[in-house]
Design a protein around this ligand. Structure first.
Ligand code: GLN
Length: 238
């Protein structure tokens, strides 16, 4: 963290943020505050430049047209790309995975160049994947199953610089025969999970916070309502 306040970028909530994905920034801010760390959300809209000085960035899902506006804006204002290169954590949900890749093809068959932060490409599958998604993380430091809700048509193929975030236990995820979900590349994590993701997966929230703060450990928060939510959502997938 560069200053005494943790600054959380909520990137393009005006065009990307289906299913309450903006909640991921709220969860990061709330968990930081509960750990005694001052934190604020910086909203970056289509009217703003994208600063490279924030501590962590979050992006939400979007439908095809909104996704294209976001792609153009992030190409013209590459602050988040610079921050990721410097090791700042970024969380990309659903359409944002596709935008951050090399290219994606829309449901109408149009191929759109992405911003190239992720070594992956996305093409439309035969049917939409809709429903509860449960996965087992493949990333060091994460041991709890991940829970989310998916609603997308993208089949996402990872290149050799990208690792999957998790193995699919229930649901579709990236839609490839390996049955994996999401992507990790450097400090950038992508997943098809809405929920919002970090409300359902506090371990992942703290993983991002630790990286943003540059600390090894955070005091565990005892929040029975979060445990209850996880239990309910994991049960709903059976
Ligand atoms: N438009 C993309 C797809 O259908 C992403 C959808 C979303 O973000 N919910 O694959």
């Amino acid at each position: 963290m560069s200053e005494s306040v943790l600054r959380i970028g909520l990137v393009l909530p005006d065009v990307m943020g289906t299913y309450g994905d903006g909640g991921n920034a709220l969860i990061l801010r709330q968990r930081a505050r509960m750990c005694g760390i001052e934190a604020e959300i910086v909203e970056i809209t289509l009217d703003d430049d994208v600063p490279d000085s924030l501590d962590v960035y979050t992006l939400g899902g979007a439908e095809d047209f909104a996704q294209r506006l976001a792609t153009r804006h992030l190409t013209e204002h590459p602050g988040m790309q610079r921050a990721a290169q410097a090791g700042r954590p970024v969380l990309a949900i659903c359409a944002a995975i596709q935008v951050l890749g090399h290219w994606y093809e829309t449901a109408a068959g149009e191929k759109v160049d992405g911003i190239g932060m992720f070594d992956l490409t996305t093409s439309p599958g035969p049917a939409r994947a809709i429903g509860e998604l449960v996965t087992d993380p493949l990333v060091a430091g994460l041991s709890q199953p991940l829970s989310g809700f998916e609603n997308h048509r993208g089949i996402t193929v990872l290149g050799s610089d990208a690792q999957p975030l998790a193995k699919v236990r229930h649901g579709v995820g990236n839609g490839t025969p390996e049955k994996v979900e999401g992507i990790v590349q450097g400090s950038v994590i992508g997943t098809y999970m809405h929920g919002p993701l970090l409300a359902r997966n506090p371990e992942l929230a703290d993983h991002l916070l630790k990286r943003a703060l540059g600390v090894e450990e955070l005091a565990p928060l005892n929040l029975p309502e979060v445990d209850q939510l996880r239990k309910e959502r994991l049960a709903a997938a059976r």
